[in-house]
Ligand binder design. Structure first.
Ligand code: FDA
Length: 391
């Protein structure tokens, strides 16, 4: 006789472990399966090892999905404050780094230990492959590392395709296809963008220069740190807009989002008219960047030589500098996967498939992707809670 479980959760990552805690708390027999050696590997490396586990300002507008309303219910029924309360209950010290982003004071493994403690009533099978999965009309039948098991419910929490080196397989999309659950096109998200020689020629010498900028792609703008590197531009602002950028699009860089460059240059002209343009720009930007910009825009002469029109042109250019990425670094370095299980096929209350009873999808595998800043973990917690409570 195969072993029987009420619920088998595929994936012992953020969403899978959270779901196990809810599902097992109700007394059901729960098994969590993962092919990795350890549970929660992405939690371990997240937030530079300190796990940005949620965001104080998380709300539906911080997520991208084919259906912008889908995440609302789950996010409202298990909020960032619920997770913060859980973290506090386990005595885990944390702090706000910036923009509502909450990080552990200590190691990210504290979050994994907390989830394992909360789900201790569930069985966890690590280094276990999913060899086969079927539904015989009455229940799910699986072969896990050669062993036959059956289950009333299957929860797919296998994550996305990002960072294959860490065990991401895209298996969830295949399971969906097998059960005729539609999947939207997937692509790498929160990922560095790549640039061609034309841009690298002037960017590379600036490697190491940082400033607070505004990046815009397809009408969505983010004010965050911007870093010039030997591979192009990088930093939180770039990762954020990568979620909105599509192949062939340009991104707009505003090098000074909160101050009028025109006003600043006019003031400088009135006070120090004999300054060279590059020196004048160096009062607004890091020196290396100012020199490069002056060269790139062929700004010669001193400030007093510049008409209002000329200064306005310089200002307009630096407030909306167009760069054309040639691509992205792809799943190799992406923090998340955009797209996934089509939300039209799922109940927003329970995450259950509308066509296959007992089949649930949670976390990153679903077509709901958050911004950078703790939002993706919040989706993992909220979608897992919605499912775990319903099972
Ligand atoms: P997750 O990827 O966590 O778990 C999926 C599990 O399924 C894995 O354990 C995997 O081994 C297993 N699996 C996959 N295929 C399988 C198969 N075929 N058989 C068996 N098991 C299989 N987010 C955030 O909010 N704050 C942050 O600080 C960060 N930082 C961060 C850093 C880096 C480097 C990355 C790559 C990502 C982040 N993220 C993040 C994103 C966050 O890690 C991600 O959104 C969640 O881990 C998604 O949780 P899931 O449980 O859905 O997938």
């Amino acid at each position: 006789m195969p072993l029987h479980y009420d619920t088998i959760i595929l994936g012992a990552g953020a969403a899978g472990l959270m779901c196990a805690s809810f599902a097992s708390a109700k007394g059901g027999r729960v098994l969590v399966v993962d092919h990795a050696k350890r549970p929660g590997d992405k939690i371990r490396i997240s937030g530079g090892g300190r796990c940005n586990f949620t965001n104080m300002y998380a709300g539906p507008n911080n997520f991208i999905s084919g259906n912008k309303h889908f995440a609302k219910s789950a996010l409202a029924r298990y909020t960032q404050w619920d997770f913060i309360e859980l973290v506090a209950k386990h005595g885990i010290a944390y702090h706000e780094k910036t923009l509502g982003q909450l990080f552990c004071d200590g190691k990210a493994t504290q979050i994994i230990d907390m989830l394992l403690a909360e789900s201790r009533a569930a069985d966890i099978a690590l280094e276990t492959t999913i060899d086969d999965i079927n539904h015989d009309g009455a229940e799910f039948r699986l072969i896990l590392l050669g062993k036959h098991v059956t289950a009333k419910n299957i929860v797919v929490a296998t994550g996305g395709k990002s960072i294959p080196k860490m065990g991401a397989t895209g298996a969830g999309y295949q399971i969906a296809k097998q059960f005729d659950v539609p999947v939207t096109e997937t692509r790498a998200g929160l990922v560095p963008l790549t640039f061609g020689p034309q841009d690298l020629d002037w960017i590379v010498p600036l490697a190491g220069t940082a400033l607070d900028g505004r990046l815009t792609a397809n009408g969505t703008a983010f004010d965050e740190a911007l870093l010039f590197t030997h591979r192009g531009i990088s930093g939180p602002a770039v990762l954020q807009v990568s979620n909105y950028w599509h192949e062939g699009d340009a991104v707009q860089v505003n090098l000074m989002p909160n101050t009028s460059i025109f006003d600043a240059l006019r003031k400088e002209r009135a006070e120090n008219g004999r300054r060279q343009m590059s020196t004048a720009l160096a009062t607004l930007f890091p020196k290396k960047l100012a020199t490069t910009l002056a060269e790139k825009l062929q700004l010669t002469g001193n400030l007093a030589d510049q008409s209002d029109k000329a200064l306005q042109e310089v200002s307009d250019t630096l407030h909306a500098f167009a760069l054309k990425p040639t691509g992205s670094e792809g799943y190799r370095t992406a923090e998340v996967t955009l797209g996934g299980i089509n939300t039209d096929a799922l109940s927003s209350k329970t995450m259950e498939s509308k066509t296959v009873k007992g089949l649930y999808f949670i976390g990153e595998v679903v077509d709901v992707t958050g911004w950078l800043g703790g939002y993706n973990f919040q989706w993992a917690w909220s979608s897992a809670a919605a499912c775990g409570r319903a099972i």
